[in-house]
Design a protein around this ligand. Structure first.
Ligand SMILES: Nc1ncnc2c1ncn2[C@@H]1O[C@H](COP(=O)(O)OP(=O)(O)OP(=O)(O)O)[C@@H](O)[C@H]1O
Ligand SMILES: [Mg+2]
Length: 260
């Protein structure tokens, strides 16, 4: 896990005036947001507003037609997911991207450097021990407790799986964590736990961007709120004092406030 002390001050991740079109569809026409280190930014918007597209731009999946992206206080050009990962940006996808038959430990390293050199099966005993230790440390740091690290991930509850996916992304991030609908598949209690986990991640110094339709819950843990409407940022304010009806009115385009 990246050393918290080495995580800097200032902008963890930001995008300014991003445009992205697909054929005739202008998915993003003027999208902006900024997450400082240690901050949770909620990204809200109606269906089709451009949230997933925006997240994919920040992840290096789509190249924007224009606009600026900043990671760790420096302007960057992201050509791939690897690019974003190298700069310290990792993502928790809505489907979690876990391998259900593999253990918690193996999942923590899935798709990352240690294992790309050799296949999972060929990893030696020493590496195994190191992987177990790193997994334990990563989970401990986020106060995540699981029945066992050696069970296949499919035997965990939905909330526990979500926690593993978050811990994995945090273990490989040094700047920002992007999350798509982290509570969508969860019951009330597990959603609360994931929200606590998101706050813990931010308190460890990462900037967190959360896309969600779960307005009340995510609003309650966000430091800032950004609302996209038809591909443009129409609200970008601190969450303090903001109510769910305020956000909904902006999401559906009834009310638009100037950016701060
Ligand atoms: N690969 C693509 N090709 C063509 N159009 C796309 C593509 N991806 C997104 N769009 C369009 O861009 C717009 C924004 O879509 P996006 O998926 O980003 O919205 P969203 O805010 O995530 O919506 P939801 O809340 O329903 O997930 C929509 O009109 C969508 O149809
Ligand atoms: Mg979406």
């Amino acid at each position: 896990m990246a050393d918290v002390d080495q995580r800097s001050a200032g902008v963890a991740i930001a995008a300014e005036h991003v445009r992205k079109h697909f054929g005739h569809v202008e998915a993003l026409r003027d999208a902006s947001l900024q997450a400082s280190f240690g901050e949770v930014v909620a990204l809200f918007g109606d269906n089709g507003a451009g949230k997933s597209t925006f997240l994919r731009v920040l992840q290096g999946i789509y190249r924007p037609d224009s606009g600026r992206i900043v990671v760790n206080n420096a302007q960057v050009a992201l050509s791939s997911v690897r690019d974003a990962q190298r700069l310290g940006v990792d993502t928790v996808h809505q489907d979690l991207s876990l391998a259900p038959d593999l253990s918690v430990i193996d999942n923590m390293f899935l798709g990352h450097e240690v294992l790309r050199r050799r296949s999972l099966r060929a990893v030696g005993a020493l590496d195994r021990r190191r992987m177990a230790e790193q997994t334990e440390a990563a989970l401990r740091e986020l106060s995540i407790s699981l029945p066992s690290l050696r069970v296949p991930v499919r035997d965990l509850s939905g909330g526990q799986r979500q926690a593993v996916a978050v811990a994995r992304a945090v273990m490989w991030s040094s700047a920002a964590l992007l999350m798509d609908e982290p509570t969508a598949a969860l019951g009330a209690r597990q959603s609360e736990k994931v929200c606590e986990l998101i706050r813990t991640v931010a308190s460890r110094g990462l900037g967190v961007v959360v896309v969600s339709h779960d307005l009340p819950r995510i609003l309650s843990i966000a430091d800032r709120v950004v609302v996209l409407w038809r591909g443009a940022t129409v609200l970008d304010v601190p969450s303090k004092g903001l109510t769910v009806p305020d956000v909904v009115a902006t999401m559906v385009g009834y009310r638009q406030e100037a950016h701060e």
